[in-house]
Design a protein around this ligand. Structure first.
Ligand SMILES: NC(=O)c1ccc[n+]([C@@H]2O[C@H](COP(=O)([O-])OP(=O)(O)OC[C@H]3O[C@@H](n4cnc5c(N)ncnc54)[C@H](OP(=O)(O)O)[C@@H]3O)[C@@H](O)[C@H]2O)c1
Length: 433
């Protein structure tokens, strides 16, 4: 008996999943021993599904057709967004269907409720494609590294941002042009706000941290900054000091709790994540026994994401998905946890102070940092990057690299530094890995 499948939403990913089910069934069956049968494609725009090569008899604009079909065991939710996706997933579980989704937004906000509904219904809710596109990171966290206490998850999980940052770093392209190029290449959403403001990466971090640390992650617990406020000058300094700027999603199990953040971060050029270019994603996971492990691949795009969606469907067909969802504490018995606010997160920082090129300024900056217990690893003044002379004198960039300190200490020091009469613009602060 084949496993019957209904696809809800025939956009970029839905069309690729349909293509694979219709075209690649021989490969899928040879590799897995399972037969997956496309039975329904639910799409408002029937022409869109037809254009994707789906036979007319499989296309419908009403979900009930799939719910009423006893030979459809899996519903793949690929419409995106919160509603009606949430209601339709709940409806599918209630009707006794397993659900596969790529919707990280839905999982980050309603994951706990949906997993509880899956448990109640005795069905699987699988979401490999929700983080890192084709990368089997959920598999790694819930199977490959299952015997490990996981202390850290660090990822480049948004292909649009990584593409933009790569273009800015390697081609000196201005931010706006690089973003336009990402849109033209099909990496960015039509409205790329959630990409560039870090929201999409935060959704993925919520999903990954929940599985890695076995805790409920309230979305507000994630500190977030995007690439939309970065300045070209800082990418130049990153290059000069041996770093590459990446938008990193970081989950750390620290002494006092769990620290979750998404922010542009300077990554040492020799670090493996620095080599992740263009629209690729990579996620590093550190376990107490495994040490650091790294997972790399295409973070977006129709076929790469469809590959992960179908891996979930095969887990359902093989019977393993239902058991995992029912038994793994990371899916069902998550613990409450303490999350550290930004002021308690410990990290190294790059600070760029725009200061008058006057005697005594460097000593004042060093004094303020020291008063807040911030140890300076390096401090350099860059006159050649000076902006045009102001009425008060020449302005230069003073770059400070700190040792590890808390976000709170840095915030307090910067408040004092930016209030100095010699400081001409708000100081830029970027985390350093
Ligand atoms: N694109 C990627 O590379 C990627 C990678 C990983 C995960 N994902 C996730 O995968 C999901 C789908 O993404 P996508 O890029 O394929 O989106 P998309 O291209 O916008 O496709 C969504 C499709 O669903 C249709 N739809 C929306 N509401 C519907 C409803 N109520 N009933 C029937 N059809 C409906 C849309 O039709 P209309 O156009 O008429 O609204 C559209 O055809 C999202 O959760 C996304 O975050 C995407």
């Amino acid at each position: 008996m084949p496993t019957g499948i209904a696809i809800l939403g025939c956009g970029t990913i839905g069309a690729s999943v349909a293509t694979m089910l219709l075209r690649d069934h021989a490969i899928i069956t040879r590799r897995s021993g399972q037969r997956l049968q496309l039975r329904h494609v639910i799409e408002r725009d029937i022409a869109k599904a037809r254009d994707a090569g789906v036979p007319r008899r499989l296309i419908s604009d009403t979900f009930q057709t799939a719910l009423d079909d006893p030979d459809t065991q899996i519903v793949i939710e690929l419409i995106g967004g919160l509603e009606p996706a949430r209601s339709l997933v709940l409806q599918a579980l209630k009707a006794g269907k397993h659900v596969v989704t790529a919707n990280k937004y839905l999982l980050a906000i309603h994951g706990t409720e949906l997993l509880a509904a899956a448990r109640k219904a005795g069905r699987a809710l699988m979401f490999e494609a929700s983080c890192g596109g084709t990368i089997p990171i959920i598999l790694a966290l819930t199977r490959g590294l299952l015997a490990n206490d996981i202390s850290r998850v660090v990822g480049i999980v948004n292909g649009t941002c990584n593409y933009v940052l790569t273009q800015m770093t390697e081609q000196n392209e201005p931010y706006a042009d690089a973003l336009k190029a990402a849109q033209a290449a099909g990496f960015a959403e039509r409205d790329p706000t959630f990409d560039v403001n870090g929201m999409d990466s935060a959704h993925k971090l919520a999903v990954l941290a929940g599985l890695a640390f076995g805790v409920n992650v309230p979305f507000e617990a994630i500190e977030r900054a995007g690439i939309d406020t970065l300045q070209d000058e800082d990418l130049g300094f990153a290059r000069e000091f041996g770093y590459v700027c990446k938008l990193l999603a970081i989950g750390d199990k620290a002494d006092g709790g769990i620290a979750l953040s998404v922010s542009p971060t300077f990554v040492p050029r020799e670090h493996m994540l620095a080599a992740v270019r263009g629209s690729f994603n990579a996620i590093s996971v550190t376990g107490h026994a495994s040490g650091e492990t790294l997972y790399y691949g295409r973070g977006a795009g129709g076929m790469p994401t469809a590959s992960a969606v179908l891996a979930d469907c095969l887990d359902v067909a093989l019977g393993s998905a239902e058991r995992l969802i029912a038994q793994l504490p990371a899916f069902q018995k998550r613990r409450p946890a303490k999350f550290l606010p930004a002021r308690q997160i410990v990290a190294r920082y790059y600070l760029r102070v725009t200061a008058l090129d006057a005697p005594g300024v460097l000593a004042k900056l060093a004094g303020i940092l020291s008063n807040h217990g911030i140890s300076v690893a390096g401090l350099t003044q860059h006159e050649r990057r000076a902006t045009p002379a102001t009425a008060a004198g020449t302005v230069a960039a003073v770059v400070v690299m700190t040792h590890e300190t808390t976000g709170g200490a840095v915030a307090k020091a910067l408040k004092e530094i930016d209030a100095l009469p010699e400081v001409a613009a708000p100081t830029v602060r970027i985390r350093v890995l």
